[in-house]
Design a binder for this molecule. Structure first.
Ligand SMILES: [Zn+2]
Ligand SMILES: [Zn+2]
Length: 110
């Protein structure tokens, strides 16, 4: 295990991965128009959630997790499909940048 290799991290970032961190205590803020955050993700991305988006995880996506980018100026909240195990991670992890959707609630009549 060589988790401190910054060269490896730069390589990951150039492949479109982004370092994120779970946000806790946000599950009660559901997008009313979508019903759940995983449905919100489907609605926004126009894709079916398949595998957990955490780099190196092969479990199925079970929840729409709230994350924020780690070590970034970007303070927005995002939704990404994760398995329950990854949703309870407290450490930082990598996801594909393209899988992030905005956690801003949808307007109910759009
Ligand atoms: Zn929504
Ligand atoms: Zn996972």
């Amino acid at each position: 295990m060589s988790g401190s290799s910054s060269k490896g991290i730069q390589l990951l970032e150039s492949f479109g991965f982004v370092k994120v961190k779970n946000l806790n205590g946000t599950s009660d803020l559901v997008c009313n128009s979508c019903g759940s955050w995983i449905e919100h993700w489907e609605h926004k991305s126009k894709e079916e959630p398949d595998k957990c988006c955490c780099l190196g995880c092969d479990n199925f996506a079970e929840v729409g997790a709230h994350v924020k980018k780690s070590g970034s100026e970007d303070m927005h909240h995002y939704i990404v499909p994760l398995c329950k195990k990854c949703n309870s991670k407290t450490e930082e992890f990598y996801v594909e940048k393209d899988t992030l959707v905005s956690a801003r609630k949808c307007k109910s009549n759009s």
